[in-house]
Write a protein that binds this ligand. Structure first.
Ligand code: SF4
Length: 350
């Protein structure tokens, strides 16, 4: 029987036996809930051929593929593990039986995989896969701001959302993800927290802690463009719809949500909830995953695509495995500093 994404996600360790191929017909049937017009027979034929070649190369290279929830649906077919950034960071830390990790996500996520796997080759199929949020803070700007703030708050601690570069992580006391941000902030030993780089997540965390949160002014361009008017329109059009929003959304959008969850928590919530109609207020890849894995329920999307996440394609994965590119490298001191902050997150936020 073919392993589903959910099966793969529930495994404790990334595995080396994920080499199943899929026929063009089976792939087309599987992707039909998304958009039968786009996933034509010819396209599925091409995808099935590439998937088979990728599976062969994965075996030859002793490679595993880690994929973020926002990836293209066809990428899920070659993934050994699919998850949100916290789960991917944890999986990257647990990799044992592989020489190469192909990371289907964005650059800062591949850096995190490298932090935990200095001796393995970590490949990002497209170096243009960056992130507007990670780009909003540099290590230099963070060091300057922290120095300034420490004059007023000598006990200041820096908590960085994992959506930042490894050198920003290296300056942080702890990292966090959207799934554990409040837990990490509440557990860290300071009442004054400089939270970088997402202002929306910082605002959300402030509603869950008595500590002083000083936010950076970055945002994810995908979530920041979603408006309360869009949510109101969906509520009016679909009576009884349950609205699930990501904490990277603006606070006026979050105020309208029935639940505020990380992407993987959204998956679990939608599967377990007795409701059958949901508005998924995050990047569209997540609604695609839900449409494929929970076909008996209805998922409406705010439909915003992350152009960075969508830069990863089957062609790119094939090229990465054939030519072993693009390898992520980090200076030792950055890797050690980022690892300390990530380990602290796993300790405080698990
Ligand atoms: S969805 Fe937003 S935070 Fe995630 S990679 Fe894209 S720009 Fe960055």
């Amino acid at each position: 029987m073919e392993a589903t994404s959910a099966d793969r996600e529930s495994e404790d360790q990334p595995v080396m036996e994920g080499y199943e191929t899929i026929s063009a017909g089976a792939l087309r049937e599987k992707l039909a809930p998304l958009d039968r017009e786009s996933y034509t027979a010819e396209l599925c034929e091409r995808f099935a051929d590439k998937i088979a070649r990728i599976m062969r190369l994965k075996r030859e290279r002793r490679a595993i593929v880690l994929a973020h929830n926002y990836q293209r649906p066809e990428i899920f077919e070659v993934a050994d593990f699919i998850g949100d950034s916290f789960e991917l960071a944890r999986k990257a830390r647990e990799v044992r039986d592989a020489d190469t990790i192909v990371f289907c996500g964005v650059h800062f996520m591949a850096e995190t995989a490298k932090v935990f796997n200095p001796e393995r080759s970590v490949l990002l199929p497209d170096l243009r896969a960056g992130c507007s949020l990670a780009d909003s803070v540099t290590a230099e700007a963070l060091a300057d701001r922290a120095e300034e703030l420490r004059k007023v708050y000598p006990d200041l601690k820096i908590v960085s959302y994992v959506n930042c570069t490894a050198d920003v992580k290296a300056l942080s006391d702890a990292c966090c993800t959207s799934a554990n941000a409040a837990k990490v902030v509440n557990a860290i030993d300071s009442g004054n927290i400089l939270f970088v780089p997402d202002q929306n997540l910082a605002n959300y965390v402030q509603t869950q802690t008595a500590k002083r949160i000083i936010s950076w002014d970055g945002n994810c361009y995908v979530h920041h463009q979603i408006t309360p008017e869009e949510v109101a329109r969906a509520r009016a059009a679909v009576p009884g719809i349950v609205v699930i929003a990501h904490p990277e959304c603006r606070k006026d959008v979050i105020a309208m949500a029935d639940a505020v969850l990380s992407t993987s928590a959204m998956m679990r919530y939608a599967k377990e909830s007795p409701a059958d109609k949901f508005l998924i207020v995050t990047e569209c890849g997540l609604s695609d995953r839900l449409l494929l894995e929970v076909p008996e329920k209805h998922f409406y999307k705010s439909c915003k695509l992350c152009r960075y996440m969508k830069m990863i394609t089957l062609d790119g994965v094939l090229d990465a495995l054939e030519n072993l590119r693009y390898a992520i490298e980090l200076p030792d001191e950055v890797r050690a500093g980022a690892r300390r902050a990530l380990e602290r997150m796993l300790e405080l936020g698990a």
